[in-house]
Write a protein that binds this ligand. Structure first.
Ligand SMILES: Cc1cc2nc3c(=O)[nH]c(=O)nc-3n(C[C@H](O)[C@H](O)[C@H](O)COP(=O)(O)OP(=O)(O)OC[C@H]3O[C@@H](n4cnc5c(N)ncnc54)[C@H](O)[C@@H]3O)c2cc1C
Length: 449
């Protein structure tokens, strides 16, 4: 370790979660930081990403706001604003039925623009090593953590942060380690719970993602609403969302096809793969004309079989922690997976960077992170799952077809209110409360020593 440093942190995975953690930790120059990325180069998927006011607060605290605002045509608003319009679209004439009004708007970006801004904020001293795919790690009661990479190389650190996404090797190691210890002490139920979190499960939904050049859509349907207004098109068994990104040059498009009865089963096939529009347009062909215009413009979609991580009994083990999709991969129906990764990163950096955290009490700092972040991300996983049901009209005892106009309107209004209530945490609550909770817990735990 270089002189003047408190301890060494290794971040495994340079996605949005890992890079945000690096930017947040780089604010503490006495922490040595290395990032290990499995891919041969850093590349975010060609798709859009939206951030709501709560994670935006972290963006601002980390000094990313000014640069990010240059990468989007969306004007930052703090007051009430329409973030999405909702249409019932599984019929020949669509019905505009609801506006999601949020306090502060959804800020949308091309993922690679977001990544570029994060990278530009990393100091030179923070090295990113590409083509370093972690195979496993070994942690002993004392002494450094050893990292073993697929290429045969090794590295040692004092803290390991697993930001290695849904198929996280760090999560697998961490939970296996916990399950082994629990088993050896006769805590069988606990051991089984840890083991159950290792493998992700399919949620029964596939997402078809594409970027549509705005010019192509304009040629097909001048003034299509999604050129300026984020919109969700809802119907039975599926929904679509679209919004402008890249300063209005592109439209981020996602179509979801849901089979809720297959939730928590195994998906047969690759989780992400190029596909043909014919795989999903058929089910939307009876939908309203605006939807047909979007479908006609989709080229080379990617199919994502949406997987999630079951709610875990822990995000940490000793001096190892997981964050983002590694810890709580969720469905995308609240547009909050990356936002949650950003919050994790910020809270983790808050506890690690705190002056009371030393090489000798790192496990204590991580357990504070676990307490603050685990229960809140668990709630959001469930809220996101619920939105997936609302958006596809999958609600016990409520129908949206074969109804009179008045009854349909009333059911749709109730639906709108239900998903707003379910979602309002992103604009009515603040990250500051979590920071304060983390600082209080840290203080209590260090005072008790
Ligand atoms: C259709 C869809 C739409 C979405 N829209 C939104 C949205 O609008 N807003 C939002 O907040 N979220 C959204 N999400 C969720 C969001 O994309 C994820 O939650 C987020 O990208 C997770 O970031 P991460 O850094 O945790 O993981 P990842 O982005 O998966 O990054 C993990 C990194 O670790 C690397 N890695 C993996 N294994 C290893 C290893 N063994 N060793 C070293 N490196 C490794 C990978 O190469 C990768 O770079 C959406 C998701 C989907 C599927």
């Amino acid at each position: 370790m270089a002189p003047g440093k408190r301890f060494r942190v290794a971040i495994c995975g340079a996605g949005i979660g890992g890079l945000t953690a690096a930017v947040a930790l780089a604010k503490f120059p006495d922490i040595e930081l290395e990032i290990f990325e499995g891919a041969s180069q850093l590349a975010e998927l060609g798709a859009g990403i939206g951030l709501f006011p709560r994670p935006w607060e972290v963006v601002r605290r980390l000094g990313l706001e000014a640069d990010l605002l240059k990468a989007t045509e969306i004007k930052l608003t703090e007051g009430p604003v329409t973030s999405f319009r909702y249409r019932k679209s599984d019929q020949p004439r669509g019905l505009d039925f609801y506006k999601l009004v949020t306090k502060g708007n959804l800020m949308t970006f091309h993922r690679s623009d977001f990544q570029k801004v994060l990278l530009s904020k990393l100091p030179r001293s923070c090295r990113i090593h590409c083509s370093k795919r972690l195979r496993s790690y070994a942690q002993h009661q004392s002494g450094p953590i050893e990292l073993f990479f697929e290429d045969g190389s090794t590295y040692t650190c004092d803290v390991l942060i697993g930001a290695d996404g849904i198929k996280s090797v760090v999560r697998q190691n961490l939970l296996s380690e916990k399950a082994r210890w629990a088993q050896s002490e006769g805590r069988r139920a606990e051991a089984a719970e840890y083991a159950a979190g290792i493998d992700p499960v399919w949620c029964g939904t596939n997402a078809y993602r594409a970027l549509i050049p705005a010019e192509r859509l304009r040629a097909r349907w001048p003034n299509h609403r999604v050129l300026t207004q984020p919109t969700q098109y809802l119907g039975e068994g599926g929904y679509m969302l679209a919004y402008p990104i890249s300063l209005g040059k592109m439209i981020n498009f996602v179509a979801f096809k849901s089979q809720h009865h297959l939730e928590n089963t195994k998906f047969n096939g690759p989780w992400v793969s190029p596909t043909d529009s014919s795989e999903f347009v058929g089910m939307f062909r009876s939908w309203e004309p605006e939807v047909q215009a979007l479908l006609d413009c989709v080229e080379k979609p990617l199919r994502w079989a949406i997987h999630t991580v079951r709610p875990l009994g822990t995000f940490t083990s000793g001096r190892v922690a997981i964050l983002g999709d590694a810890a709580h991969a969720m469905t995308p129906h609240q547009g909050s997976g990356a936002g949650q990764a950003i919050e994790d990163a910020y809270i983790l950096a808050t506890v690690l960077g705190h002056p009371s955290t030393t090489r000798g009490n790192l496990a204590n700092a991580l357990s504070v992170y676990d307490r603050v972040r685990r229960s809140s991300s668990r709630k959001i996983q469930e809220r996101s799952r619920l939105n997936g049901q609302y958006f596809t009209f999958h609600i016990d005892g409520v129908s949206f077809s074969n109804l009179g106009e008045e009854q349909l309107w009333s059911n749709l209004q109730k639906l709108g209110k239900a998903f707003t209530k379910n979602w309002e945490w992103v604009w009515t609550t603040s990250v500051e409360a979590s920071v304060q909770e983390a600082l209080r817990l840290l203080q209590e735990s260090t005072a008790g020593r």
